[in-house]
Design a binder for this molecule. Sequence first.
Ligand code: PLP
Length: 351
Amino acid sequence: MPTWRGIIEEYREFLPVTDKTPIVTFGEGNTPLIFAKNLSKETECEVYLKFEGANPTGSFKDRGMCMAITKTVEKGFKAVICASTGNTSASAAAYAARAGLDCIVIIPKGKIALGKLSQAIMHGAKVFEVDGNFDQALELVVKMGEKYPIDIVNSINPFRIEGQKTGAFEIVNQLNGRVPDYHFIPVGNAGNITAYWKGYKEYKDKGKIKSLPKMMGFQAAGSAPIVLGHPIEKPETIATAIRIGNPASWKQAEAARDESCGTIDMVTDDEILESYRYLPSKEGIFCEPASAASVAGLKKTFKAGKLKKGSLVICILTGHGLKDPDCAINQGAKTYKVPCKVEAIVKELGY
Ligand SMILES: *Cc1c(COP(=O)(O)O)cnc(C)c1O
């Protein structure tokens, strides 16, 4: 047996499974919690990055999908469907392939990151690009689910939240029982902030921890319905994974914010891109643009003087940088074209 058995076996007592549940797993979870030296110095806090890009399909979506698809199989469905801006479909397609289920993916027109699309296709999903935004794609999925025996694995599926809450358990365990003071996280459909808050609260109810973190959610400025207080018809942001105008878990996210005395705020695309470049170059960790919203949020909070010095801070890096290679290349990455000669290279290096 592998020493890490995936989120369901590791956290069985917190999850809706029985001895008979047929578990579908890739050994997801157990992602690195990495001390961020430069970021800690800059923000005068003790900052750790939870690198969810290290999950089997490269994003935190695997935690929820493991649980959701396990329940799909238990319920006896033969097919799953989701609307997706990318990572949900990549994860659904992989778990469906493993379980021998058909996978139907509805993607909004344009702007899907290449890495994610290639995963869905290679795992054998049927991918439909529709001329609508994410919210319209989700409406279509709901209609399909009502009419046909197809299990919906979008975040309206309650088992997704159950699986994703295991991230909170892991953080506490990796910190040897310490509880973060602040938990920074990107917010799109708001399932993940909901899930982490649920996880922390369950650990407290079980007596495993005594305090709770402040939940610090960050939306992209062009897609910030919760911050602005109304749905956004045409959400825009470079961070496609959080380009959501009407979050499915809106109310739950507000509850997490209010119960934890935290905040849900927004960061501009420029702030997101600054952190998106900072993390791989200064901390050695490459995440996708949406993930950088958590660190951009931390920096913004620090600059506003709202961060208590010396705090224990977690930033969730939700997905891997390789998911969206176009975005990386568009950051002005350049190669040096030189003759194949030592002198030519040394000259560029300025040695
Ligand atoms: C899905 C996703 C998000 C947003 O999570 P929500 O649960 O929708 O708020 C953020 N980052 C990445 C990389 C994602 O895939």
